[in-house]
Design a protein around this ligand. Structure first.
Ligand SMILES: Cc1ncc(C[n+]2csc(CCOP(=O)(O)OP(=O)(O)O)c2C)c(N)n1
Ligand SMILES: [Mg+2]
Length: 323
């Protein structure tokens, strides 16, 4: 294996924390402990972690995210308590509790932010990549986006500009098959890699539930960007374990579809199967990480739920940017 034991443990722990956090949020939503209009990331953890493990947790390397952002935030090094507080609208949240689930961001670690405009992560990352090149920081920008987002014009404009200017940007297409309730065969022509090839952008398609496949493709793409060799695209086929949004009745899913995805395409189970037997890590060690992650996620959410909300005066701060 190309990774040290420490790297593997850290990757597994991050994936497990994202999963435990999302499962816990789902329970909260089912109990009507509302935290806004939320889109859970569970199922795609290998994508966020396999990519972000090659990035610095600083503003030098940027991640521009989507409406399904919790996994990207945590994988980029964002603090679990800060995101839990933000989601529940508490003063100690990463955005002072004023943004919530669809606006989680932490510029200290290079998490530019979630955003609810589908496809907007591509031009956001493009801008960050342009800055990195112009200022010669050596930084890389990553745009996460969904299969629905991949049909937006802004994404194509960004790919064109990125290639024309050889910008250090990597487009990660998290393809869960759906844009809201619509399956991709109703909306999408051609293939993501062929579209990228049209711009001369190197592209590869991987199993997004396979941490090692994502990590290896991301390592190459990020190295290419850092070396001045321009943009790349990675198409990751990912399962979506929850509905499009919390509260959605999922009438568009076939019966048994989600349980089959959970049993056949769980990145955590796959990771376990891949590392156990290599002599590097044993089951008991991973079990311990599972229970630590579950406790940490539950604690972060319980603490956030009883934490103070922002004071009324906070309405008047952070309204305008100052330069
Ligand atoms: C520009 C724009 N158009 C439409 C929407 C409404 N919308 C919200 S999520 C979504 C589907 C996005 O699908 P995809 O990019 O595949 O992401 P996923 O939810 O599957 O992770 C749409 C169309 C929006 N938020 N922004
Ligand atoms: Mg999708």
């Amino acid at each position: 294996m190309d990774y040290t034991k420490e790297e593997l443990i850290e990757a597994y722990m991050q994936m497990r924390i994202i999963r435990a956090f999302e499962e816990e949020l789902h329970r909260e939503a089912e109990e009507n402990n509302s935290f806004g209009f939320a889109h859970l990331y569970a199922g795609a953890e290998a994508c966020a972690v396999g990519v972000c493990m090659h990035l610095e947790p600083t503003m030098r390397d940027i991640v521009a995210s989507t409406h399904r952002a919790h996994g990207h935030f945590i994988a980029k090094g964002g603090d679990l308590n800060a995101i839990a507080h933000e989601i529940f609208g508490r003063a100690d949240g990463s955005g002072g509790g004023k943004g919530g689930t669809m606006h989680v961001a932490d510029w200290n670690v290079g998490m530019l932010g979630a955003n609810s405009i589908i496809g907007a992560s591509a031009p956001h990352a493009l801008g960050a990549a342009f800055t990195a090149k112009y200022k010669r920081t050596g930084g890389v920008a990553v745009a996460f986006g969904g299969d629905g987002a991949s049909n937006q014009g802004a994404v194509f404009e960004s790919m064109n500009f990125a290639k024309a200017y050889a910008l250090p940007v990597v487009f990660i297409l998290e393809d869960n098959g759906y844009a809201e309730s619509t399956y991709k065969s109703y909306t999408t022509a051609g293939s993501p890699c062929e579209r990228a090839a049209g711009f001369g952008i190197p592209a590869v398609s991987v199993d997004g539930a396979d941490f090692f496949a994502v990590a290896s493709a991301a390592k190459d793409a990020i190295a290419r960007a850092r070396n001045g060799d321009g943009p790349s695209l990675i198409h990751c086929d990912v399962p979506l374990f929850f509905a499009h949004f919390e509260g959605d009745q999922e009438t568009y899913r076939a019966s048994g579809e989600v349980s089959k995805l959970r049993s056949d395409r769980d990145c955590l189970a796959l990771f376990r199967a891949q590392v156990i037997g290599t002599g590097n890590i044993d089951t008991a060690e991973l079990d311990r990480l599972d229970s630590t992650a579950t406790q940490q996620a539950a604690k972060a959410i319980a603490t956030a739920k009883s934490a103070p909300q922002p004071p009324p005066q906070a309405l008047f701060t952070n309204v305008y940017a100052s330069y």
